[in-house]
Ligand binder design. Structure first.
Ligand SMILES: Cc1cc2nc3c(=O)[nH]c(=O)nc-3n(C[C@H](O)[C@H](O)[C@H](O)COP(=O)(O)OP(=O)(O)OC[C@H]3O[C@@H](n4cnc5c(N)ncnc54)[C@H](O)[C@@H]3O)c2cc1C
Length: 505
Protein backbone atom coordinates (compact mmCIF):
# COMPACT_ATOMS: atom_id res chain seq x y z
CA UNK A 1 0.00 0.00 0.00
CA UNK A 2 1.45 3.35 -0.87
CA UNK A 3 -0.39 5.07 1.97
CA UNK A 4 -2.51 3.95 4.85
CA UNK A 5 -5.18 6.69 4.97
CA UNK A 6 -7.66 7.25 2.14
CA UNK A 7 -10.62 9.53 1.60
CA UNK A 8 -12.43 6.55 0.20
CA UNK A 9 -12.03 2.79 0.25
CA UNK A 10 -14.21 1.08 -2.35
CA UNK A 11 -14.88 -2.59 -1.67
CA UNK A 12 -15.60 -4.63 -4.79
CA UNK A 13 -13.80 -4.67 -8.12
CA UNK A 14 -16.87 -5.30 -10.25
CA UNK A 15 -18.22 -2.71 -12.66
CA UNK A 16 -19.83 -0.60 -9.96
CA UNK A 17 -16.83 -0.49 -7.62
CA UNK A 18 -14.38 0.17 -10.46
CA UNK A 19 -16.67 2.87 -11.86
CA UNK A 20 -16.97 4.59 -8.48
CA UNK A 21 -13.20 4.42 -7.90
CA UNK A 22 -12.57 5.97 -11.32
CA UNK A 23 -15.09 8.74 -10.82
CA UNK A 24 -13.86 9.58 -7.31
CA UNK A 25 -10.16 9.53 -8.29
CA UNK A 26 -10.97 11.88 -11.17
CA UNK A 27 -12.48 14.32 -8.65
CA UNK A 28 -9.22 14.48 -6.75
CA UNK A 29 -10.07 12.12 -3.89
CA UNK A 30 -7.58 9.60 -2.56
CA UNK A 31 -9.05 6.19 -3.31
CA UNK A 32 -8.28 2.55 -2.61
CA UNK A 33 -10.19 0.03 -4.75
CA UNK A 34 -10.18 -3.38 -3.12
CA UNK A 35 -11.09 -6.66 -4.80
CA UNK A 36 -10.92 -10.01 -3.02
CA UNK A 37 -10.30 -12.00 -6.24
CA UNK A 38 -9.62 -10.62 -9.73
CA UNK A 39 -11.29 -7.57 -11.23
CA UNK A 40 -14.64 -8.64 -12.72
CA UNK A 41 -14.20 -12.10 -11.26
CA UNK A 42 -17.92 -12.47 -10.54
CA UNK A 43 -21.18 -10.96 -11.81
CA UNK A 44 -19.50 -8.38 -14.01
CA UNK A 45 -17.93 -11.02 -16.26
CA UNK A 46 -20.98 -13.31 -16.31
CA UNK A 47 -23.46 -10.98 -17.98
CA UNK A 48 -25.24 -11.19 -21.35
CA UNK A 49 -22.77 -8.49 -22.39
CA UNK A 50 -25.35 -6.04 -23.65
CA UNK A 51 -25.41 -2.31 -23.16
CA UNK A 52 -29.13 -2.00 -23.50
CA UNK A 53 -32.16 -0.09 -22.42
CA UNK A 54 -33.88 -3.35 -21.54
CA UNK A 55 -36.82 -3.66 -23.94
CA UNK A 56 -38.38 -6.27 -21.67
CA UNK A 57 -38.53 -3.90 -18.68
CA UNK A 58 -41.11 -1.76 -20.49
CA UNK A 59 -43.60 -4.55 -19.78
CA UNK A 60 -43.04 -3.91 -16.09
CA UNK A 61 -43.60 -0.16 -16.58
CA UNK A 62 -39.96 0.60 -15.69
CA UNK A 63 -39.90 3.64 -17.98
CA UNK A 64 -37.47 5.58 -15.79
CA UNK A 65 -34.94 2.75 -15.78
CA UNK A 66 -35.25 2.15 -19.53
CA UNK A 67 -34.82 5.84 -20.27
CA UNK A 68 -31.75 6.10 -18.02
CA UNK A 69 -30.24 2.97 -19.60
CA UNK A 70 -30.94 4.21 -23.15
CA UNK A 71 -29.24 7.52 -22.34
CA UNK A 72 -26.25 5.66 -20.97
CA UNK A 73 -26.09 3.48 -24.07
CA UNK A 74 -25.20 6.61 -26.07
CA UNK A 75 -22.69 7.83 -23.49
CA UNK A 76 -20.92 4.47 -23.25
CA UNK A 77 -20.80 3.89 -27.01
CA UNK A 78 -18.97 7.22 -27.31
CA UNK A 79 -16.59 6.51 -24.44
CA UNK A 80 -15.34 3.10 -25.50
CA UNK A 81 -15.88 2.41 -29.21
CA UNK A 82 -13.32 -0.42 -29.05
CA UNK A 83 -15.06 -2.59 -26.44
CA UNK A 84 -18.65 -1.39 -26.95
CA UNK A 85 -20.22 -1.77 -30.35
CA UNK A 86 -23.67 -1.42 -31.92
CA UNK A 87 -25.66 -4.64 -32.07
CA UNK A 88 -28.75 -5.07 -34.23
CA UNK A 89 -31.18 -7.50 -32.61
CA UNK A 90 -33.92 -9.33 -34.54
CA UNK A 91 -36.97 -10.87 -32.92
CA UNK A 92 -38.96 -13.53 -34.80
CA UNK A 93 -42.65 -12.88 -34.33
CA UNK A 94 -44.43 -15.79 -32.69
CA UNK A 95 -48.18 -15.36 -33.16
CA UNK A 96 -48.82 -17.39 -29.99
CA UNK A 97 -46.94 -14.86 -27.84
CA UNK A 98 -47.01 -11.09 -27.34
CA UNK A 99 -49.23 -9.49 -30.02
CA UNK A 100 -47.55 -7.53 -32.81
CA UNK A 101 -49.21 -4.25 -31.76
CA UNK A 102 -47.73 -4.58 -28.27
CA UNK A 103 -44.24 -5.20 -29.63
CA UNK A 104 -44.59 -2.25 -32.03
CA UNK A 105 -45.66 -0.03 -29.14
CA UNK A 106 -42.73 -1.21 -27.04
CA UNK A 107 -40.28 -0.58 -29.87
CA UNK A 108 -41.73 2.87 -30.51
CA UNK A 109 -41.12 3.75 -26.87
CA UNK A 110 -37.67 2.20 -27.02
CA UNK A 111 -36.82 4.41 -29.99
CA UNK A 112 -38.15 7.57 -28.41
CA UNK A 113 -37.68 7.44 -24.64
CA UNK A 114 -34.19 8.92 -24.96
CA UNK A 115 -32.24 10.83 -27.59
CA UNK A 116 -30.67 8.40 -30.02
CA UNK A 117 -27.77 9.64 -32.14
CA UNK A 118 -25.69 6.64 -33.02
CA UNK A 119 -28.08 3.79 -33.58
CA UNK A 120 -30.80 3.21 -36.18
CA UNK A 121 -34.41 2.89 -35.00
CA UNK A 122 -36.54 -0.22 -34.96
CA UNK A 123 -38.58 -1.69 -37.80
CA UNK A 124 -40.38 -4.72 -39.18
CA UNK A 125 -38.45 -7.59 -40.75
CA UNK A 126 -39.37 -10.04 -43.49
CA UNK A 127 -37.19 -13.04 -42.67
CA UNK A 128 -37.68 -14.47 -46.18
CA UNK A 129 -35.44 -11.64 -47.41
CA UNK A 130 -33.43 -10.65 -44.33
CA UNK A 131 -29.88 -12.04 -43.77
CA UNK A 132 -30.91 -13.26 -40.30
CA UNK A 133 -33.76 -15.27 -41.85
CA UNK A 134 -31.42 -18.08 -42.88
CA UNK A 135 -30.81 -19.01 -39.26
CA UNK A 136 -34.41 -19.43 -38.17
CA UNK A 137 -37.26 -21.79 -38.95
CA UNK A 138 -39.52 -20.91 -41.89
CA UNK A 139 -42.62 -20.87 -39.66
CA UNK A 140 -41.43 -17.47 -38.40
CA UNK A 141 -41.55 -15.44 -41.64
CA UNK A 142 -41.81 -12.05 -39.95
CA UNK A 143 -40.46 -10.20 -37.01
CA UNK A 144 -38.87 -7.02 -35.75
CA UNK A 145 -35.42 -5.47 -35.56
CA UNK A 146 -34.07 -2.93 -33.11
CA UNK A 147 -30.73 -1.58 -31.93
CA UNK A 148 -28.72 -2.08 -28.78
CA UNK A 149 -25.01 -2.47 -28.04
CA UNK A 150 -22.56 -5.19 -27.16
CA UNK A 151 -19.79 -4.91 -24.56
CA UNK A 152 -16.74 -6.90 -23.50
CA UNK A 153 -17.98 -6.88 -19.92
CA UNK A 154 -14.82 -7.84 -18.03
CA UNK A 155 -12.76 -5.39 -20.07
CA UNK A 156 -15.20 -2.61 -19.19
CA UNK A 157 -14.37 -3.22 -15.53
CA UNK A 158 -10.64 -3.39 -16.14
CA UNK A 159 -10.62 -0.16 -18.17
CA UNK A 160 -12.38 1.63 -15.33
CA UNK A 161 -9.78 0.32 -12.89
CA UNK A 162 -6.95 1.33 -15.24
CA UNK A 163 -8.39 4.82 -15.53
CA UNK A 164 -8.86 5.00 -11.76
CA UNK A 165 -5.21 4.14 -11.24
CA UNK A 166 -4.05 6.62 -13.86
CA UNK A 167 -6.01 9.28 -11.97
CA UNK A 168 -4.26 8.41 -8.72
CA UNK A 169 -6.27 5.56 -7.18
CA UNK A 170 -4.61 2.55 -5.62
CA UNK A 171 -6.07 -0.65 -7.09
CA UNK A 172 -5.44 -3.80 -5.06
CA UNK A 173 -6.71 -7.19 -6.17
CA UNK A 174 -6.71 -10.53 -4.35
CA UNK A 175 -7.17 -8.73 -1.04
CA UNK A 176 -10.38 -8.95 0.98
CA UNK A 177 -11.96 -6.75 3.59
CA UNK A 178 -12.18 -9.03 6.63
CA UNK A 179 -12.74 -6.68 9.56
CA UNK A 180 -13.68 -3.09 10.33
CA UNK A 181 -13.78 -0.72 13.28
CA UNK A 182 -15.93 2.33 13.01
CA UNK A 183 -15.21 5.63 14.72
CA UNK A 184 -17.11 8.90 14.36
CA UNK A 185 -14.77 10.29 11.72
CA UNK A 186 -13.05 7.31 10.09
CA UNK A 187 -12.99 3.59 9.50
CA UNK A 188 -10.14 1.30 10.33
CA UNK A 189 -10.29 -1.60 7.88
CA UNK A 190 -8.54 -4.96 8.07
CA UNK A 191 -7.48 -6.32 4.71
CA UNK A 192 -6.34 -9.86 4.11
CA UNK A 193 -4.04 -10.53 1.15
CA UNK A 194 -3.88 -13.82 -0.75
CA UNK A 195 -0.88 -14.97 1.33
CA UNK A 196 -2.97 -14.59 4.50
CA UNK A 197 -1.22 -11.46 5.75
CA UNK A 198 -3.58 -8.94 7.36
CA UNK A 199 -2.93 -5.24 7.59
CA UNK A 200 -5.05 -2.15 8.27
CA UNK A 201 -5.87 1.03 6.41
CA UNK A 202 -7.89 4.08 7.43
CA UNK A 203 -10.77 5.47 5.38
CA UNK A 204 -12.88 8.58 5.88
CA UNK A 205 -15.66 6.87 3.97
CA UNK A 206 -16.32 3.33 2.78
CA UNK A 207 -18.19 2.36 -0.38
CA UNK A 208 -19.69 -1.10 -0.23
CA UNK A 209 -19.90 -2.16 -3.89
CA UNK A 210 -19.59 -5.87 -3.19
CA UNK A 211 -22.39 -6.88 -5.57
CA UNK A 212 -23.94 -10.13 -4.35
CA UNK A 213 -21.93 -9.76 -1.12
CA UNK A 214 -23.24 -6.29 -0.25
CA UNK A 215 -25.48 -7.67 2.50
CA UNK A 216 -22.79 -10.03 3.78
CA UNK A 217 -20.46 -7.08 4.31
CA UNK A 218 -23.10 -4.95 6.00
CA UNK A 219 -24.16 -7.73 8.36
CA UNK A 220 -20.55 -8.92 8.80
CA UNK A 221 -17.40 -6.78 8.97
CA UNK A 222 -19.14 -3.42 8.56
CA UNK A 223 -21.87 -4.15 11.12
CA UNK A 224 -24.45 -1.78 9.63
CA UNK A 225 -28.25 -2.22 9.52
CA UNK A 226 -29.94 -1.71 6.14
CA UNK A 227 -33.42 -0.86 4.89
CA UNK A 228 -32.89 -2.69 1.62
CA UNK A 229 -33.11 -6.42 1.09
CA UNK A 230 -31.16 -8.05 -1.68
CA UNK A 231 -32.52 -10.80 -3.86
CA UNK A 232 -29.91 -13.03 -5.44
CA UNK A 233 -30.98 -14.32 -8.84
CA UNK A 234 -28.68 -16.64 -10.76
CA UNK A 235 -28.43 -16.25 -14.52
CA UNK A 236 -26.60 -18.74 -16.74
CA UNK A 237 -25.41 -18.84 -20.33
CA UNK A 238 -24.26 -21.52 -22.73
CA UNK A 239 -21.75 -21.09 -25.55
CA UNK A 240 -21.96 -23.26 -28.67
CA UNK A 241 -20.04 -23.25 -31.97
CA UNK A 242 -21.34 -20.48 -34.22
CA UNK A 243 -24.94 -21.14 -35.30
CA UNK A 244 -25.19 -18.41 -37.93
CA UNK A 245 -22.96 -16.44 -40.26
CA UNK A 246 -24.21 -12.89 -39.75
CA UNK A 247 -23.72 -10.25 -37.09
CA UNK A 248 -27.33 -9.94 -35.87
CA UNK A 249 -28.40 -11.07 -32.42
CA UNK A 250 -31.69 -12.89 -31.87
CA UNK A 251 -34.24 -12.29 -29.15
CA UNK A 252 -36.49 -15.31 -28.62
CA UNK A 253 -39.68 -15.28 -26.59
CA UNK A 254 -40.41 -18.26 -24.40
CA UNK A 255 -43.96 -19.37 -23.58
CA UNK A 256 -43.23 -18.63 -19.89
CA UNK A 257 -42.97 -14.93 -20.82
CA UNK A 258 -39.20 -14.77 -20.44
CA UNK A 259 -36.83 -13.96 -23.27
CA UNK A 260 -33.57 -15.58 -24.33
CA UNK A 261 -30.85 -13.98 -26.47
CA UNK A 262 -28.67 -15.82 -29.01
CA UNK A 263 -25.78 -13.53 -29.85
CA UNK A 264 -22.64 -13.69 -32.00
CA UNK A 265 -19.73 -14.34 -29.64
CA UNK A 266 -15.96 -14.19 -30.17
CA UNK A 267 -16.06 -14.80 -33.95
CA UNK A 268 -16.53 -18.55 -33.83
CA UNK A 269 -19.29 -18.97 -31.25
CA UNK A 270 -22.87 -18.19 -30.30
CA UNK A 271 -23.82 -17.13 -26.77
CA UNK A 272 -27.27 -18.16 -25.52
CA UNK A 273 -28.83 -16.86 -22.30
CA UNK A 274 -30.08 -16.17 -19.82
CA UNK A 275 -32.02 -17.85 -17.06
CA UNK A 276 -33.45 -16.35 -13.86
CA UNK A 277 -33.29 -18.68 -10.85
CA UNK A 278 -33.51 -17.59 -7.20
CA UNK A 279 -30.22 -18.41 -5.50
CA UNK A 280 -29.11 -18.72 -1.88
CA UNK A 281 -25.65 -20.30 -2.19
CA UNK A 282 -22.18 -18.76 -2.26
CA UNK A 283 -22.12 -16.31 -5.19
CA UNK A 284 -18.56 -17.40 -6.00
CA UNK A 285 -19.77 -20.96 -6.63
CA UNK A 286 -22.69 -20.19 -8.98
CA UNK A 287 -22.83 -22.73 -11.82
CA UNK A 288 -25.32 -23.67 -14.50
CA UNK A 289 -27.61 -26.66 -13.81
CA UNK A 290 -28.61 -29.35 -16.29
CA UNK A 291 -32.18 -27.94 -16.24
CA UNK A 292 -30.92 -24.52 -17.25
CA UNK A 293 -28.90 -26.01 -20.13
CA UNK A 294 -32.03 -27.82 -21.34
CA UNK A 295 -34.15 -24.69 -20.95
CA UNK A 296 -31.76 -22.58 -23.04
CA UNK A 297 -31.39 -25.29 -25.72
CA UNK A 298 -35.16 -25.77 -25.90
CA UNK A 299 -35.95 -22.07 -26.14
CA UNK A 300 -33.40 -21.48 -28.91
CA UNK A 301 -34.48 -24.63 -30.74
CA UNK A 302 -38.07 -23.40 -30.93
CA UNK A 303 -36.84 -20.74 -33.36
CA UNK A 304 -33.52 -21.79 -34.89
CA UNK A 305 -33.42 -23.76 -38.14
CA UNK A 306 -30.87 -26.15 -36.61
CA UNK A 307 -31.81 -27.30 -33.10
CA UNK A 308 -29.33 -26.68 -30.29
CA UNK A 309 -28.50 -29.66 -28.07
CA UNK A 310 -26.62 -29.93 -24.76
CA UNK A 311 -23.94 -31.95 -26.58
CA UNK A 312 -22.96 -28.84 -28.57
CA UNK A 313 -22.19 -26.77 -25.50
CA UNK A 314 -18.48 -25.87 -25.30
CA UNK A 315 -18.59 -23.49 -22.36
CA UNK A 316 -21.04 -22.28 -19.74
CA UNK A 317 -20.95 -19.54 -17.16
CA UNK A 318 -23.26 -18.36 -14.42
CA UNK A 319 -23.46 -15.20 -12.37
CA UNK A 320 -25.57 -13.92 -9.53
CA UNK A 321 -27.53 -10.73 -10.00
CA UNK A 322 -27.59 -8.66 -6.84
CA UNK A 323 -31.14 -7.32 -7.26
CA UNK A 324 -33.15 -5.02 -5.03
CA UNK A 325 -35.84 -7.19 -3.50
CA UNK A 326 -39.14 -5.59 -4.53
CA UNK A 327 -41.20 -8.54 -3.24
CA UNK A 328 -42.08 -9.70 -6.77
CA UNK A 329 -42.82 -13.41 -7.03
CA UNK A 330 -41.18 -14.01 -10.40
CA UNK A 331 -37.36 -13.71 -10.38
CA UNK A 332 -37.36 -12.46 -13.99
CA UNK A 333 -39.59 -9.53 -13.01
CA UNK A 334 -37.55 -8.19 -10.09
CA UNK A 335 -36.46 -4.63 -10.84
CA UNK A 336 -33.02 -4.13 -12.42
CA UNK A 337 -32.78 -0.60 -11.05
CA UNK A 338 -30.41 0.32 -8.24
CA UNK A 339 -30.43 2.18 -4.92
CA UNK A 340 -27.65 3.90 -3.04
CA UNK A 341 -27.90 3.88 0.74
CA UNK A 342 -25.76 6.19 2.85
CA UNK A 343 -25.42 5.30 6.54
CA UNK A 344 -23.98 8.04 8.73
CA UNK A 345 -24.48 6.63 12.18
CA UNK A 346 -20.67 6.84 12.48
CA UNK A 347 -18.06 7.33 9.77
CA UNK A 348 -20.12 7.08 6.57
CA UNK A 349 -20.66 3.99 4.42
CA UNK A 350 -22.40 4.11 1.07
CA UNK A 351 -23.84 0.80 -0.13
CA UNK A 352 -24.83 -0.09 -3.70
CA UNK A 353 -27.87 -2.30 -4.19
CA UNK A 354 -28.67 -3.67 -7.64
CA UNK A 355 -27.73 -2.12 -10.96
CA UNK A 356 -26.72 -3.15 -14.44
CA UNK A 357 -23.56 -2.90 -16.47
CA UNK A 358 -25.39 -0.38 -18.64
CA UNK A 359 -26.07 2.03 -15.80
CA UNK A 360 -22.74 1.67 -13.95
CA UNK A 361 -21.36 5.08 -14.99
CA UNK A 362 -24.50 6.92 -13.94
CA UNK A 363 -24.61 4.95 -10.70
CA UNK A 364 -20.97 5.86 -10.02
CA UNK A 365 -21.62 9.51 -10.77
CA UNK A 366 -24.61 9.63 -8.43
CA UNK A 367 -22.67 7.79 -5.73
CA UNK A 368 -19.74 10.20 -5.88
CA UNK A 369 -22.06 13.21 -6.16
CA UNK A 370 -23.43 12.19 -2.79
CA UNK A 371 -20.12 11.74 -1.06
CA UNK A 372 -17.75 14.16 -2.82
CA UNK A 373 -18.96 17.32 -1.05
CA UNK A 374 -18.21 15.91 2.40
CA UNK A 375 -14.76 14.74 1.25
CA UNK A 376 -13.83 17.86 -0.71
CA UNK A 377 -14.03 16.29 -4.17
CA UNK A 378 -14.69 18.14 -7.44
CA UNK A 379 -17.68 18.06 -9.79
CA UNK A 380 -18.90 15.20 -12.01
CA UNK A 381 -16.74 14.65 -15.09
CA UNK A 382 -17.23 11.19 -16.63
CA UNK A 383 -20.16 11.89 -19.00
CA UNK A 384 -17.93 13.13 -21.80
CA UNK A 385 -14.73 11.27 -20.92
CA UNK A 386 -13.14 8.38 -22.78
CA UNK A 387 -12.16 5.11 -21.21
CA UNK A 388 -8.52 4.07 -21.81
CA UNK A 389 -7.98 3.25 -25.48
CA UNK A 390 -11.34 4.75 -26.49
CA UNK A 391 -9.86 7.87 -28.09
CA UNK A 392 -10.24 6.41 -31.57
CA UNK A 393 -10.62 9.09 -34.25
CA UNK A 394 -14.31 9.49 -35.04
CA UNK A 395 -14.99 6.37 -32.97
CA UNK A 396 -14.28 4.48 -36.21
CA UNK A 397 -12.85 1.11 -35.11
CA UNK A 398 -12.45 -0.42 -38.62
CA UNK A 399 -10.48 2.66 -39.75
CA UNK A 400 -8.30 2.43 -36.64
CA UNK A 401 -7.69 -1.26 -37.28
CA UNK A 402 -6.69 -0.48 -40.88
CA UNK A 403 -4.21 2.13 -39.60
CA UNK A 404 -2.80 -0.38 -37.12
CA UNK A 405 -2.29 -2.91 -39.90
CA UNK A 406 -0.55 -0.34 -42.09
CA UNK A 407 1.75 0.63 -39.24
CA UNK A 408 2.48 -2.98 -38.26
CA UNK A 409 2.15 -4.89 -41.56
CA UNK A 410 3.68 -8.03 -40.03
CA UNK A 411 0.71 -8.55 -37.69
CA UNK A 412 -1.57 -11.41 -38.69
CA UNK A 413 -5.01 -9.95 -39.57
CA UNK A 414 -6.74 -11.77 -36.71
CA UNK A 415 -4.20 -10.45 -34.19
CA UNK A 416 -4.47 -6.88 -35.48
CA UNK A 417 -8.24 -7.13 -35.28
CA UNK A 418 -8.19 -8.48 -31.74
CA UNK A 419 -5.66 -5.91 -30.49
CA UNK A 420 -7.67 -3.04 -31.98
CA UNK A 421 -10.99 -4.32 -30.63
CA UNK A 422 -9.65 -5.12 -27.17
CA UNK A 423 -7.27 -2.26 -26.48
CA UNK A 424 -8.21 0.51 -28.93
CA UNK A 425 -5.43 3.09 -29.10
CA UNK A 426 -3.63 1.35 -26.22
CA UNK A 427 -2.66 -1.29 -28.81
CA UNK A 428 -0.03 1.25 -29.87
CA UNK A 429 1.50 1.05 -26.41
CA UNK A 430 1.54 -2.73 -26.52
CA UNK A 431 3.32 -2.63 -29.87
CA UNK A 432 5.64 0.25 -29.03
CA UNK A 433 9.13 -0.70 -30.16
CA UNK A 434 7.96 -3.82 -31.98
CA UNK A 435 9.13 -3.28 -35.55
CA UNK A 436 9.13 -6.76 -37.07
CA UNK A 437 7.67 -10.22 -36.72
CA UNK A 438 10.94 -11.24 -35.07
CA UNK A 439 10.61 -8.47 -32.48
CA UNK A 440 7.02 -9.56 -31.79
CA UNK A 441 8.38 -12.97 -30.89
CA UNK A 442 6.59 -16.29 -30.72
CA UNK A 443 3.30 -16.46 -28.85
CA UNK A 444 3.64 -17.83 -25.33
CA UNK A 445 0.20 -19.41 -25.74
CA UNK A 446 -3.01 -18.79 -27.66
CA UNK A 447 -1.90 -15.89 -29.86
CA UNK A 448 -0.59 -14.08 -26.79
CA UNK A 449 2.83 -12.57 -27.44
CA UNK A 450 5.16 -11.40 -24.69
CA UNK A 451 4.48 -7.71 -25.37
CA UNK A 452 0.73 -8.18 -24.81
CA UNK A 453 1.27 -10.30 -21.71
CA UNK A 454 3.68 -7.79 -20.31
CA UNK A 455 1.11 -5.04 -20.86
CA UNK A 456 -1.62 -7.08 -19.18
CA UNK A 457 0.54 -7.62 -16.11
CA UNK A 458 1.95 -4.10 -15.98
CA UNK A 459 -1.15 -2.10 -16.85
CA UNK A 460 -4.23 -4.30 -16.41
CA UNK A 461 -3.66 -6.05 -13.07
CA UNK A 462 -3.50 -9.55 -14.60
CA UNK A 463 -1.87 -12.06 -12.27
CA UNK A 464 -2.85 -15.54 -13.43
CA UNK A 465 -3.48 -17.47 -16.62
CA UNK A 466 -7.18 -17.45 -15.80
CA UNK A 467 -7.24 -13.65 -15.54
CA UNK A 468 -5.70 -13.50 -19.01
CA UNK A 469 -7.57 -16.31 -20.78
CA UNK A 470 -11.07 -15.59 -19.40
CA UNK A 471 -11.32 -11.92 -18.45
CA UNK A 472 -8.64 -9.70 -20.10
CA UNK A 473 -9.26 -11.77 -23.24
CA UNK A 474 -11.66 -14.63 -24.00
CA UNK A 475 -8.96 -16.68 -25.66
CA UNK A 476 -9.67 -19.48 -23.19
CA UNK A 477 -12.43 -20.51 -25.61
CA UNK A 478 -10.01 -21.40 -28.38
CA UNK A 479 -6.72 -21.94 -26.55
CA UNK A 480 -5.01 -25.32 -26.53
CA UNK A 481 -5.29 -27.41 -23.33
CA UNK A 482 -1.75 -26.51 -22.24
CA UNK A 483 -2.26 -22.74 -22.63
CA UNK A 484 -2.96 -22.09 -18.95
CA UNK A 485 0.13 -24.01 -17.82
CA UNK A 486 2.30 -22.19 -20.37
CA UNK A 487 0.98 -18.81 -19.28
CA UNK A 488 1.41 -19.57 -15.60
CA UNK A 489 4.97 -20.65 -16.30
CA UNK A 490 5.59 -17.40 -18.17
CA UNK A 491 4.00 -15.38 -15.38
CA UNK A 492 6.26 -16.95 -12.78
CA UNK A 493 9.26 -16.47 -15.04
CA UNK A 494 9.73 -20.19 -15.48
CA UNK A 495 8.40 -20.64 -19.03
CA UNK A 496 10.68 -21.64 -21.89
CA UNK A 497 9.67 -18.48 -23.74
CA UNK A 498 9.77 -16.39 -20.61
CA UNK A 499 12.04 -13.67 -21.96
CA UNK A 500 10.31 -10.43 -21.08
CA UNK A 501 10.04 -7.71 -23.75
CA UNK A 502 12.31 -4.75 -23.20
CA UNK A 503 10.24 -1.91 -24.62
CA UNK A 504 8.73 0.63 -22.29
CA UNK A 505 5.69 2.84 -22.76
C1 LIG B 1 -26.80 -13.57 -16.06
C2 LIG B 1 -26.65 -12.09 -16.02
C3 LIG B 1 -26.81 -11.35 -17.18
C4 LIG B 1 -26.67 -9.97 -17.14
N1 LIG B 1 -26.73 -9.30 -18.31
C5 LIG B 1 -26.57 -7.96 -18.30
C6 LIG B 1 -26.56 -7.25 -19.54
O1 LIG B 1 -26.61 -7.84 -20.63
N2 LIG B 1 -26.43 -5.92 -19.48
C7 LIG B 1 -26.33 -5.23 -18.31
O2 LIG B 1 -26.27 -4.01 -18.35
N3 LIG B 1 -26.29 -5.88 -17.12
C8 LIG B 1 -26.40 -7.23 -17.10
N4 LIG B 1 -26.34 -7.91 -15.92
C9 LIG B 1 -26.18 -7.18 -14.67
C10 LIG B 1 -24.73 -6.83 -14.37
O3 LIG B 1 -23.88 -7.89 -14.74
C11 LIG B 1 -24.57 -6.54 -12.88
O4 LIG B 1 -25.51 -5.59 -12.47
C12 LIG B 1 -23.20 -5.99 -12.53
O5 LIG B 1 -22.18 -6.76 -13.11
C13 LIG B 1 -23.03 -5.95 -11.03
O6 LIG B 1 -21.75 -5.44 -10.76
P1 LIG B 1 -21.25 -5.24 -9.28
O7 LIG B 1 -19.99 -4.45 -9.36
O8 LIG B 1 -22.34 -4.69 -8.44
O9 LIG B 1 -21.02 -6.73 -8.74
P2 LIG B 1 -19.80 -7.77 -9.02
O10 LIG B 1 -19.37 -7.75 -10.42
O11 LIG B 1 -20.16 -9.08 -8.46
O12 LIG B 1 -18.62 -7.16 -8.15
C14 LIG B 1 -18.60 -7.22 -6.75
C15 LIG B 1 -17.19 -7.58 -6.33
O13 LIG B 1 -17.06 -7.42 -4.92
C16 LIG B 1 -16.05 -8.32 -4.51
N5 LIG B 1 -16.10 -8.50 -3.06
C17 LIG B 1 -17.11 -9.05 -2.35
N6 LIG B 1 -16.79 -9.10 -1.04
C18 LIG B 1 -15.55 -8.56 -0.92
C19 LIG B 1 -14.67 -8.31 0.18
N7 LIG B 1 -14.99 -8.67 1.44
N8 LIG B 1 -13.48 -7.74 -0.06
C20 LIG B 1 -13.11 -7.38 -1.31
N9 LIG B 1 -13.90 -7.58 -2.39
C21 LIG B 1 -15.11 -8.16 -2.20
C22 LIG B 1 -16.39 -9.58 -5.28
O14 LIG B 1 -15.28 -10.46 -5.37
C23 LIG B 1 -16.84 -9.03 -6.63
O15 LIG B 1 -15.83 -9.09 -7.61
C24 LIG B 1 -26.42 -9.32 -15.92
C25 LIG B 1 -26.25 -10.05 -14.75
C26 LIG B 1 -26.33 -11.44 -14.80
C27 LIG B 1 -26.08 -12.24 -13.58
Amino acid sequence: MKESTYDLVVIGGGVNGAGIARDAAGRGLSVLLLEQHDLAAHTSSASSKMIHGGLRYLEHYEFGLVRKALQEREVLLASAPHIIRPLRVVMPHDTGQRPAWLIRLGLFLYDHLARRERLPGSGGVDFRRHPAGAGIRPDFPRGFAYSDAWVQDARLVVLNAVDARERGAQVTTRTALVGARRRADAWSLDLRAADGAVHSVQARLVVNAAGPWVGTLLGGPLGVATRHALRLVKGSHIVVPRLFDHSFGYLFQNPDGRVVFALPFEERFTLIGTTDVDYDGDPAQAAISAEEVDYLCDTASRYLARPVTPGQVVWTFAGVRPLLDDATNNAARVTRDYRLELDETGAPVLSVFGGKLTTYRKLAEQAVDRIAPRLGGGPAWTAGAMLPGGDIEGGDLPAFEARLRRKYPFLAPALAQRLAASYGTRALRILDGVDSAAALGAPVAADLHPCELDYLVREEFARTAEDILWRRTRLGLTASPDAAARLDAWLTGAGAGAARPTQTV
